[in-house]
Design a protein around this ligand. Sequence first.
Ligand code: FMN
Length: 224
Amino acid sequence: MTFRERLRALPTFPPGLPPFGVDLDDLAAAPATPQQLFAQWFDDALAAGVGAPHAATLSTADADGHVHARTLVIKDVTEAGWWFAGHATSPKGRDLAENPHAALTVFWRDLGRQVRVTGRASSAGPDAGAADFRARPDGSRAAGLVGHQSEPLGSRQAYWDAFSGRLDEAREHPDAVAPAWTAWVLAPESVEFWAASDDRGQSRLRYRTDAPGAPTWTKELLWP
Ligand SMILES: Cc1cc2nc3c(=O)[nH]c(=O)nc-3n(C[C@H](O)[C@H](O)[C@H](O)COP(=O)(O)O)c2cc1C
């Protein structure tokens, strides 16, 4: 079998996909905010045993329009938006400093569902960044204290040497915070909920706002 044939033979979704969870013929009755529907779908993902349901693809672009995407974990979802964290000095941090427009995409395969959040990301401030960092396990804090994320690494040994020193520091000083560690919040301008179904039809519901700070949400269906 060729690689192409093996790809074609793969099922994308398991059978028995759940319904959308919202009456799409009565959008007025749908949750008032995308955060509420996200929480509902997140509970479904947890109940279905989806692996790492808090993992998402964060897409950013620099000032020249070069796009970069990577997986990270969602740290919170509040009225302000979707939270994530990392080094401000990393490529993602540099992108966001140049261009706050970003997207977070979640794919819950077992449910046949995808959520796409787009908007502007901003730092939630040093206290939020420090609180996020301190809540990480020792090993994660040690890796964070090493820094240099995404810079070329001369050898694995160089990393282990740096890591072991930082692990001691992380254990001895639980309050230590990597200086560039940042919690960002992606204030949503658009949140799209996409669901496949067993009959291969797809359903899409988008929440959209022109005032991300104090949103009034427009709910609309999209052609699949
Ligand atoms: C499941 C998973 C979770 C991750 N969580 C984070 C995270 O919360 N923050 C982070 O900075 N990187 C996280 N990473 C690593 C990123 O994917 C990426 O390698 C790193 O942030 C550097 O990205 P950048 O060079 O685009 O800035 C995670 C990776 C995976 C696979």
